[in-house]
Design a binder for this molecule. Structure first.
Ligand code: FAD
Length: 391
């Protein structure tokens, strides 16, 4: 016989969006239940580069678009949380770098002059003197220019663990999901052996939203996938680097973040243009060969001869948009008591939670239930891709 759980709000999907939202709702006095069918953060979240963008990357053509403006407040919100002064207490989560950087291996290409011509952008970017360069760029052969951005980089598994703790682990691991009924004010679902009743349900399952939308007999919103082919390099010779390297165009040629394998060895996680369309078309061996050449061009003084290399194919999940454009803000839509959304960026998880809390207020949804949870199976925090692939 199935066990019954009642909660004010049920959130399906334990990536950064679901975890952040659940923690905010719990803090606001709602009884929550987060349902995860695998590991916490194991979708895109733990595979992300952990950069809390302030929008600079999206403004490289000198235009402050909706994307760059909406996101500009995020680094401060995350920093406040880290220091214990924000909307959630993230003290204890680990920061890998207090700043992200932008660097050009040679002279800045002419088409970036417009980027630095904007006053609003100049306020977010600071040129770095030689002695303050990130460790990996401190070399006599470094000829380019580097800029410090008002952005930080988190160790994401530590953020995931902290967010899970903030919702007092009201998190159920269940592999099956089916909708029993949905009306304007009540949703009943079945997840493994549990029948769960709630005032409102949020689908925040990243790529998993596509099949959940179908399970709820809905046809909207439509999801798009943006495939990426990332590269991982593990070597004791690697020095810390958190930076976009500029090419001739307005997109970073490579974006490098540094993480640590469980044995303590540093790992460069490499994305940027290299991981997008042409990178996706390459086989893993071709992608590694390409990455070796790119890194040898832009940081030739780091010896990667004995490094271990691997690639990771992963999709970003977003609402469908024309021309696979990046959406401007977190996306959320409602069908009666069911909300469906994607934060579109890790950095925008606070915006995702704001949007749902604004909706609850508008609908006048108050905490109703205060029922303790029965004993439930709980999911683990996901393992990082570098711990999975490298020995
Ligand atoms: P996910 O992290 O995908 O989480 C969804 C969760 O739902 C998963 O845990 C999954 O197991 C679970 N799930 C799926 N189906 C079901 C189901 N049926 N029932 C229950 N649970 C289910 N953004 C940034 O801001 N900065 C970056 O540096 C950055 N780098 C990135 C690098 C890469 C390679 C990628 C792929 C993305 C990056 N992003 C970055 C984007 C960011 O990672 C995502 O926007 C964000 O993590 C999405 O969070 P989410 O919670 O919506 O989804």
């Amino acid at each position: 016989m199935s066990q019954k759980i009642v909660a004010d709000i049920v959130v399906v999907g334990g990536g950064v969006a679901g975890l952040w939202l659940t923690a905010r709702l719990h803090q606001a006095g709602y009884t929550t239940l987060l349902i995860e069918n695998n590991t916490l953060g194991g979708g895109q979240t733990v595979k992300s580069q952990g950069i809390i963008h302030g929008g600079t990357k999206y403004a490289l053509n000198g235009v402050l678009t909706g994307a760059s403006e909406a996101i500009s407040g995020m680094p401060k919100r995350w920093r406040d949380c880290l220091e214990g002064n924000g909307e959630l207490d993230l003290t204890g989560a680990k920061v890998l770098s207090a700043h992200h950087y932008l660097w050009s291996p040679g002279d800045l290409a002419g088409n970036l002059m417009s980027f630095f011509a904007s006053k609003a952008i100049r306020a977010r970017v600071k040129q770095v003197k030689k002695e303050q360069l990130p460790q990996a760029l401190q070399n006599e052969h470094f000829k380019g220019k580097a800029y410090q951005l008002n952005e930080l980089v988190f160790d994401i598994p530590s953020v995931v663990a902290r967010l899970a703790a903030l919702s007092e682990n009201r998190i159920l691991q269940a592999s099956s999901f089916s909708l029993v009924s949905a009306t304007e004010n009540k949703v009943i679902i079945r997840a493994d052996d549990f029948e769960i009743e709630t005032q409102r349900m949020v689908l925040s399952a990243g790529e998993g939203n596509e099949s959940l939308i179908q399970s709820c007999n809905l046809s909207q919103p439509v999801m798009q996938r943006r495939p990426l082919h990332m590269v991982m390099v593990k070597s004791p010779n690697i020095k810390p680097l958190y930076a976009h390297c500029l090419g001739a165009g307005v997109k970073p040629r490579v974006t490098i973040t540094t993480h640590y394998h469980q044995d303590g060895t540093p790992v460069w996680y490499v994305g940027g243009d290299l991981a997008e369309a042409s990178g996706v078309a390459r086989s893993p061996d071709e992608q590694i060969a390409f990455a070796k050449k790119e890194l040898a061009k832009v940081i030739p003084w780091i010896d990667l001869t004995d490094a271990q290399w691997a690639t990771l194919r992963v999709n970003r999940a977003e609402p469908a948009q024309n021309n696979l454009m990046r959406p401007d803000t977190a996306f959320m839509t409602q069908h009666n008591a069911i909300t469906i959304g994607w934060p579109t960026k890790l950095a925008l998880a606070p915006d995702f939670a704001d949007q749902f809390i604004t909706y609850l207020k508008k609908e006048g949804i108050q905490p109703l239930y205060n029922t303790p949870l029965p004993g439930i199976p709980r999911p683990f925090v996901a393992t990082t891709p570098w711990d999975e692939v490298f020995v």
